[in-house]
Design a protein around this ligand. Sequence first.
Ligand code: NDP
Ligand code: 8X3
Length: 250
Amino acid sequence: MTKTALITGATSGIGKATAYEFAKHGLQLILCGRRQERLQSIKKELEPLTKVHTLHFDVRNKTDVENAINSLPNNFNTIDILINNAGNAHGLDPIQSGSIEDWDAMMDINVKGLLYVSKAIIPQMTERQSGHIINIGSSAGKEVYPKGNVYCGSKHAVLAITEGMRIDLNPFGIKVGAINPGLVETEFSKVRFKGDIISDTVYNGFEALQAEDIAEIIYFVISRPKHVNIADLLVFPTAQANSTTVKKEL
Ligand code: NDP
Ligand code: 8X3
């Protein structure tokens, strides 16, 4: 039977590439994000391959999250796979001069938003005793780098929550895992640096991961047999050894 996957943050980067990858394999899709026009144009492009429904909400707004999930039509309301991907870094500042607005954004989107979406979907998975949740963490969830403070904190939280979900959902046969990329060339740095010119240089001098690399890995993870759960996966570009060690040729 065709599986249905809900992807948050499907309007760009990793989430968008995952939508295209899943569509190639015939999964039915629920694509989420704030930028409605992008959702519509992705839907139009993917509809020759699969059925697509879009949901337009900010993951920070728990009422909107709940209403959006509750609004799903019958043919889309059984969610087999949840990809909790929406998120970003906001700013790269030492803790003493970081902006509270940036901190709020990262904790509210990366951590609380992930929880709100999960809360709206987990009950149907426990009831059916099946489902697969993948949380997109980060190498920043496994180590802390200078000025990464709150973003790293948010991604450490994602990993702790992932482990907690896996334990609590274990009796229900629900798979839970995290995929933790290093440097991926997406709109991530444009958002982090608020469009500043510095965002153009982040991926210079080495071959960064592309969103499609992560999308292929996500598809691999969701396509394992029923008894196999990839619980935690760290993936760097070859040029990157950890958050602070990147072999650049400039
Ligand atoms: P992008 O900026 O390209 O994509 C971020 C996505 O998140 C967009 O689709 C955006 O949609 C969505 N999003 C952001 N804020 C909200 C919000 N408040 N409500 C709903 N959706 C939101 O970045 P990436 O693809 O790189 O990032 C995806 C995930 O991967 C994030 O969790 C990020 O932390 C993680 N990651 C990224 C790495 C990288 O180097 N790029 C490395 C490791 C992890 P819209 O604006 O339309 O709402
Ligand atoms: C994104 C990777 O190194 O910018 O999570 O934190 S990094």
